[in-house]
Design a protein around this ligand. Sequence first.
Ligand code: AMP
Ligand code: ZN
Ligand code: ZN
Length: 405
Amino acid sequence: MFRILLAVFTLALAGCATTPQTAKPAAARPPVILISIDGFRPDYLDRGLTPVLGGLAAGGVRGAMRPSFPSKTFPNHYTLVTGLRPDRHGIVENNIEDPAIPGVTFKMADRQAVRDRRWWDQGEPIWVTAERAGVAAAPMFWPGAEAEVRGVRPAHWLTYDEAMPMEERVDWLLARLDGGERRPGFLTLYFHHIDTAGHDFGPDSPEVDAMLPRVDSAIGRLVAGLGARGLDANILIVADHGMAPLSDARRIFLDDLLPAGAYRYLGAGAILTLYPTPGREGEVAAALLRPHPHMQCWRKADIPARFHYGRNPRVAPFFCLPKTGWVVTTRGYKPRKPERGAHGYDPASPEMAAVFIASGPAFRKGAVLPAFDNVSVYPLLARLLGVKPAANDGRSADTEAALAR
Ligand code: AMP
Ligand code: ZN
Ligand code: ZN
């Protein structure tokens, strides 16, 4: 009897040793938790202010991601969960117009627009892939989570509420794991706080440094809550982009380049999305396309290939990219509060790099990944969840070295 038991035990152990976490059927897997810390640069981890994140990185995998272009919040959050470049998933900017959706401007704060699936339907977010495969999802606060994308609603979601305290966000996630109806296998968390401090005070400010331990301890609360429940989850901690410091000395004034009636713009600052007034395209082209010392503009068809941007009908006819740390604005523009940091710039700028940490049973311990494009997060999520990924721009090879064997 003892010998049989021993044999069964040995077999079970061998099974554990040789079956990678990513080869188990979807239902038997540990939960996958994707956490976005908006605007968190990889180098913030080296400030000695984030012991929980540091511990997760040391006991797991650490890396840096290049955001997709433009390095803005909504485009990159949707890229992280679809594996598609913004030009392909359709959330090409934080503010968007679409000739096929006339009379509406998509804006992050417009709940009606944010809930309209037409804006999101060009991509398939991982929670749709998961739900279709029978894995319940709880993409709390993730851009797109409020819409019925491609006709699928996640089991659990919440209306975006910036005022919800960090601890409550964590507790909401933990409560979903406590069971009840449709216990999720995929969950997300979102923290805007580091991005806000970075915009208001700059990436190197004491205010960012003061916020780092607060977000860190919220993640500590999650880790402790998972531990108390005996849950060994696979956790990915990502950011959508980094943050570059600004200066009043680095401003480009559109009024100096173009007469007021010749154009309108949807977004300005670290990038400019510009629509010429009908009949004045030639004038706009002549003014914008000539060399400028601190900014480069293109017609959408001529945006360099490395940005993978410009084919979507939602991309504005003219696109300008200031040098990292410069902003394009108008002389009349008075911001409600001064801007000391910005993003949206060239994804190759070191300031735009986004943090990547992976921790849990699926991951190696102490591994460091070479920098990779953030389109590769979606195929990794699909692999962790055991679901078939939709067509995407990512590469599994980018994160292969992160996985335990
Ligand atoms: P950005 O303007 O690109 O820096 O975007 C960051 C802002 O996006 C933060 O201040 C967040 O409050 C906001 N945000 C993030 N997620 C959402 C969401 N799901 N719905 C509305 N606003 C959001
Ligand atoms: Zn952001
Ligand atoms: Zn931001």
